[in-house]
Ligand binder design. Sequence first.
Ligand code: FE2
Length: 211
Amino acid sequence: MRYSIYNAIHKAQRQRLFELSIKIGRANFNDPAQAAEVKDDLKKMIAHLRKHSHTEETFIHPLFAKIDHTEHKLETEHHALEKLLNNLEENAPGNDGDKLYTEFNRLLAAYLQHIDAEEIAQSEILWKHFSDEELMEVSKRFQQSLSPQEVMENMKFMLPCLSAPEITNFLSNMKNKMPSPAFQLLCEIAEKAFSAAEWQDIKKAIEMTTN
Ligand SMILES: [Fe+2]
């Protein structure tokens, strides 16, 4: 199986977008506390998506640019998504929950298509022209560009959305590459997403692969 530069973050984005769609749909916008919470979540999601597009343009699109014009197509899609994000920002200050729900799901639908196109471009272009080591190097350069606080924010966003085998693989890779307290922090973030029995199995699997 090839290394996917997109897999973990796109999986987390799908889950977080679905969760927020449900939350907006169920919120009582007549309750100021609920309305404020939804708007705060929405603001954070918009900021995350903008930052993510910028990251892709900085670290991943130069790879496409070496081969063909795919980076132009993906950047055009980023501009179209930016328009939807601007629409959402304009609608968020009001208390029209139905309008916000419609606009948010319009963004969600467009975003799902966009990340699918990126993943297809990865398998059809990046995997043909770059080795796993070269793609991992790009991920590493991105990680190194982040502050420790940004790394933790990313982990909190991403780790609870991964499957048990993905978490086992991820934490096994990280265990000997970082100080023990930082590794413990990652374990605490991941643990919350699993039952006690599942977490015991994950811990055992990590110990078996790293000892
Ligand atoms: Fe993108």
